[in-house]
Design a protein around this ligand. Sequence first.
Ligand SMILES: *Cc1c(COP(=O)(O)O)cnc(C)c1O
Length: 364
Amino acid sequence: MTTPTEAPRTAWARIDLAALQHNLQIARQHAPASRLWAVIKADAYGHGALPVAAAIAAQADGLAVARVSEALALRAAGHQQPLLVLAGAVDGDELAAASRYRLQLAVHDHSQLALLRAAQAPLPGCWLKVDSGMHRLGFAPAEAAAIHAELGQLTGLPVGLMSHFACADDPADSATNRQLDCFAAATAGLDGPRSLANSAAILAHPASHADWIRPGIMLYGGAPLLAVAAAEHRLKPVMTLASRVIAVRPLAAGEAVGYGASWRSTKATRIAVIAIGYGDGYPRHAPSGTPVLINGQRYPLAGRVSMDLLTVAIGDAPISAGDEAILWGEGLPASEIAHCANTIDYALFCGVTARVARHYQQGQ
Ligand SMILES: *Cc1c(COP(=O)(O)O)cnc(C)c1O
């Protein structure tokens, strides 16, 4: 991590903490009656869990991560707010750590129930996860009432009820309503707070908001819904991945560029070489033609992405070594690059490697 005064010279990610705070407010506006777990698993989707947590601590009601180790890192850094571990504890040591460091745990499997029966230590809260149709994690709907009662006895606390959607990113898909109905039937009459909505459901399924929403990708300005740009929801990009042009070279008609000579120019042009590659997390499978922003204009990637470099066809544009190039972020939505590379913006963000210095711009 670099401080704002030592701007990196190549391959950096600007992280706009004011945009992050703005996006969290958008989530709140969509679900004003709900409390909010800010999802900061996987190093806050590659944005840096500790700086992100610090920037949103005052705005979020709690922070959610996937693993106990991620929650412990937040506690070690001094974060005191409620923490939820979405996948729960995997063994007795994690359960003991969760008790000691006051982590709320999802409980999704009989193996976790067995750990809780064997443990003595109190938890600050637990959430029964119901499989309402995604068929990844969670108890069968028919078991929910009995397990809810047992968890209440084991913990002596109100037990939360949660589920997760498989298809919320497509508002036209009826699977989300079927999951909502399944969850409502499985949990009818049970006490405790409820939580279902990821970013897509926050935007497209108000009936899912319940007591706690769980926004992830929307906090980072990613596009939660298929076929809708993040900007249409007034979400702002948080990460801008950038580097510099380090060489500009002429290319004659018919000459190829890069490994495998996969791209060949049909006419004389110039090639800008940019100091970023798959070693930094830029997707190697981004094809020729994927846009790169240089001095505010889009130019097409030309030839294969290599580990440390990529090449762009710039024609006779006034570009020279030292100019900044934006790979995604401000002016070039990550979801667009994800679409070109046949992936999702979540994976682009998470894939930015440790070699890329994160450069934080402060919010208020
Ligand atoms: C990652 C995750 C979220 C956040 O999902 P987004 O699509 O990023 O908003 C919410 N709930 C659970 C259980 C998750 O694993």
